[in-house]
Design a protein around this ligand. Structure first.
Ligand SMILES: [Zn+2]
Length: 525
């Protein structure tokens, strides 16, 4: 058997690895590269093999950096099945369509910008001077209809009229819908035939609803090979979902190659038990000031964890009685998917909620906001409250509108509960807000820019680190050492270069044989 590492090699996004033996090609994940637009666009567009050769693919979990290019695969003649857990299939039904929607809107915006600059150049060439404000406004009025909405039909027509090259989305909503027909969901600990001589079994990975470790076994001419792919590995003792599995069925324990993630290969998280206390103190302090708490959050996973933690605080009468709003239609849909997979919840959730006949995600203080009108009304709400909205890194979505109304008010708190990648608005809020805090909030507040305007950041900025969905260095190591796997060789993937190299060295010092592959690198198993 042979494996080629195509993505998430010395970086965290674009997970994709190809396993092959004499008769089968099995793809492990088909993720999207995320980060700087130009760089990623190029990397996402081209698949490094012909999808037609694939027998099947195994999907570790629904996050877009693992699943986001499946519609592209299907668009390019993939003939196999997308094998995953049932919860992953259910979550992908929403996440892939959302991803397609983002691709389509991005392409529309780029087409608008290209056409706007083409029309400006045309106008200025005629009179030999740059276009003035009034002319700029005229051009915008042609390309937009009412407010800020793009007139996509006119844009498309004009692009054709002037023989410009229209920018196509990576895939459309229709492509995403089509891809969903290839999904095939299975329960954990169930042996699935995925090739002529290959089987696959999933075990809980504790990272996100439906996330799974994949054990792939091939038996060829009496030679047995086992590959263990962690996908993303969760934290231990986190509330809500079951922990990553450590005890495997005997037939799965001898592993020739472990492919493991290393997002936090050189870092330690805050202890989990401090997380809820910290959440509580942020709420109490903010409400005492008469302010509201704004939580930018990923719609899948983090939102449900925060709601669960808030529900616990309210049940224990430990939180001030203020309303909580989840303002993200995607998060609302995904919360329903959580509710359909009670089998994945941990013992504590069953004891504290389900056995008492309670839904962990609904209680009398919480409201899920649907329509844009309701969301607009909420933005103007003056009484102290909590809003959880996406996108998680403040790069789009309803969170921006809440920031517009809340960031300037020093009574409010923006609570960061997730990873903020470099060059995102979320990262700027986190860094500049904390710096302002450190300076004793003296002098003018930092300015944050979005919607083409600058807003003073007077709200307090706090961070809770313990909610991370990824194991830290100690937890990654403890998975390897405490599980009952007998591991021959380890490939370290899904970590920025410094994290992957550092974790690799740690493993080598413990006596393991380690490879830290580069993009496109292959190895025999
Ligand atoms: Zn993930």
């Amino acid at each position: 058997m042979n494996v080629t590492f195509y993505g998430a090699t010395r970086e965290v996004t674009g997970s994709m690895h190809l396993l092959k033996d004499e008769s089968d090609y099995i793809l492990l994940d088909c993720g999207m590269f995320q980060g700087r637009r130009k760089e990623c666009e190029q990397k996402n567009k081209s698949l490094p093999f012909d999808p037609e050769i694939l027998t099947n693919m195994a999907l570790s979990h629904a996050h877009i950096d693992h699943s986001g290019r499946i519609p592209l695969l299907v668009k390019n003649n993939f003939k196999g099945r997308v094998i995953c857990t049932r919860a992953t299939a259910d979550a992908c039904a929403f996440l892939l369509k959302d991803s397609a929607h983002i691709q389509e809107s991005d392409a529309q915006y780029l087409n608008y910008k290209m056409l706007r600059s083409f029309l400006s150049k045309m106008k200025s060439a005629g009179k030999d001077a740059p276009v003035d404000r009034r002319e700029q406004k005229e051009i915008k009025e042609i390309l937009k209809k009412g407010g800020n909405r793009l007139d996509t039909e006119t844009i498309s027509e004009l692009i054709k009229t002037y023989h410009l090259r229209e920018i196509e989305p990576l895939y459309s909503i229709r492509d995403a819908e089509n891809a969903l027909r290839y999904f095939d969901g299975y329960p954990n600990r169930h042996s699935i035939e995925i090739g002529r001589d290959m089987t696959l079994k999933f075990y809980e990975a504790g990272h996100i609803l439906g996330s799974a470790f994949s054990v792939i076994k091939s038996l060829k001419n009496g030679v047995k090979r086992t590959v263990f792919y962690t996908g993303d590995l969760g934290r231990f003792h986190k509330p809500l979902l079951k922990d990553p599995v450590l005890a495997f069925e005997e037939e799965d324990r001898d592993v020739d190659l472990l492919i493991i993630e290393s997002t936090y290969g050189n870092r330690r998280h805050e202890p989990i038990d401090e997380m809820v206390d910290k959440l509580k103190s942020v709420l109490v302090e903010t409400f005492n000031r008469g302010g509201s708490v704004l939580i930018p959050s990923f719609a899948f996973g983090r939102t449900q964890e925060i709601v669960y933690a808030l529900h616990k605080l309210y049940n224990n009468k430990e939180a001030p009685r203020a309303p909580i709003y989840v303002d993200s239609p995607l998060a609302t849909n995904l919360t329903r998917v959580f509710g359909e997979h009670l089998e994945l919840f941990d013992r504590e959730t069953h004891r504290d909620f389900l056995e008492a006949g309670e839904n962990p995600f609904t209680f009398d203080r919480i409201e899920f906001i649907g329509s844009v009108e309701e969301s607009m009304a909420l933005m103007r709400e003056k009484r102290p409250h909590v809003v959880i909205a996406s996108s998680g890194m403040c790069e789009g979505g309803r969170i921006l509108h809440h920031l517009r109304y809340k960031a300037h008010n020093e009574n409010n708190t923006i609570l960061i509960v997730g990873y903020m990648a470099a060059n995102t608005l979320g990262r700027r809020i986190l860094e500049q807000g904390r710096e302002y805090e450190k300076s004793g909030r003296s002098g003018p507040p930092p300015l944050i820019k979005f919607f083409n305007k600058e807003y003073p950041l007077r709200a307090h900025v706090e961070k809770l680190d313990g909610f991370s969905a990824h194991a830290d260095r100690d937890e990654l190591l403890s998975f390897i050492e405490k599980s009952d796997l007998n591991i021959k060789k380890i490939a370290v993937v899904h970590g920025e270069e410094d994290q992957a190299l550092s974790f690799g060295r740690l493993l080598e010092n413990k006596g393991y044989s380690v490879i830290i592959p580069k993009a496109g690198q292959s190895m025999a198993i």
